[in-house]
Design a protein around this ligand. Structure first.
Ligand SMILES: [Fe+2]
Ligand SMILES: [Fe+2]
Length: 260
């Protein structure tokens, strides 16, 4: 089974990259499931039903999110009505929406997808380590093919989650920093791991935003408007091949494709 995971889609350039590249990547790699982090898809901050629709119609099956979840108020509609949209699992009980789903593609075994958020240098949600351990046990009653988007800042927190779940899930891939790391590997128990998938959007930027206002903010400590940048649009993510019987990963490959 082949899964493509796409790192944080940033603004209109990111959505354009998804629309233009995902249909080709689906054919070229004979993908079974495509998952994308959409937390920055609406103007760089948050997600709306309209931007989610664009992403789904490009051939994405499941959209995950992260700390920018609440930036657009229309997200509540997605949380309440869209079964293919996930928020971080470790929000307090009673939060609208859900943090995991069992997705079933045509003629394929079910795939569990979980969205989780770290709390090192981030808002203090419930402990991701205890929450994910319980959720993986529950999900393994239904399927042994499990993909986790761990939206977190600190590489140590990401690696620790990956190591804790080695052999229990098929893949743990990080998002949130918007910088693709080069540490893709398969752990001894068969879990594919990458600290960060990178981001999909304009790379002539500071993690997707215009360069000058960000520098000015660091220089002056005064608030600036951070517009989404425009140039050097890339789709970044990771391709993972999983043995559908054992749930173990067999191959992991980073993707970084420039939109021509
Ligand atoms: Fe992001
Ligand atoms: Fe984030």
């Amino acid at each position: 089974m082949k899964i493509l995971f796409i790192g944080d889609i940033v603004g209109e350039p990111g959505r354009r990259a998804v629309k233009e590249l995902v249909p080709r990547l689906r054919r070229q790699h004979e993908l079974d499931v495509v998952i994308a982090n959409g937390e920055n898809s609406a103007g760089g901050s948050g997600i709306t039903p309209a931007t989610a629709r664009e992403i789904f119609s490009a051939g994405v099956d499941i959209i995950t999110s992260g700390d920018h979840l609440w930036d657009q108020k229309e997200v509540v509609e997605l949380l309440q009505n869209e079964s293919r949209f996930l928020r971080p699992l470790n929000y307090p009980p009673g939060t609208p929406g859900k943090g995991s789903v069992v997705y079933q593609a045509d003629n394929q075994p079910p795939v569990g997808v979980i969205n989780l958020q770290g709390r090192t240098f981030m808002p203090a949600l419930d402990n991701p380590f205890t929450v994910i351990r319980a959720e993986v046990e529950r999900m393994r009653q239904k399927t042994n093919i499990i993909f986790i988007d761990f939206h977190a800042e600190a590489t140590s927190e990401k690696i620790a989650i990956g190591r804790m779940l080695d052999g229990k899930v098929s893949a743990v891939v990080g998002t949130h920093t918007h910088v693709q790391t080069a540490d893709e590997q398969i752990f001894p128990g068969g879990t594919a791991y990458l600290s960060d998938a990178g981001f999909t959007g304009p790379h002539e930027s500071v993690i997707g935003r215009e360069i000058e206002p960000v520098i000015k903010r660091f220089l002056t400590l005064q608030p600036q408007r951070f517009a989404v940048a425009e140039k050097d649009v890339k789709l970044q993510g990771v391709l993972i091949e999983i043995n559908a019987h054992t749930g173990q990963a067999e191959k992991i490959q980073r993707i970084s494709e420039r939109l021509s």
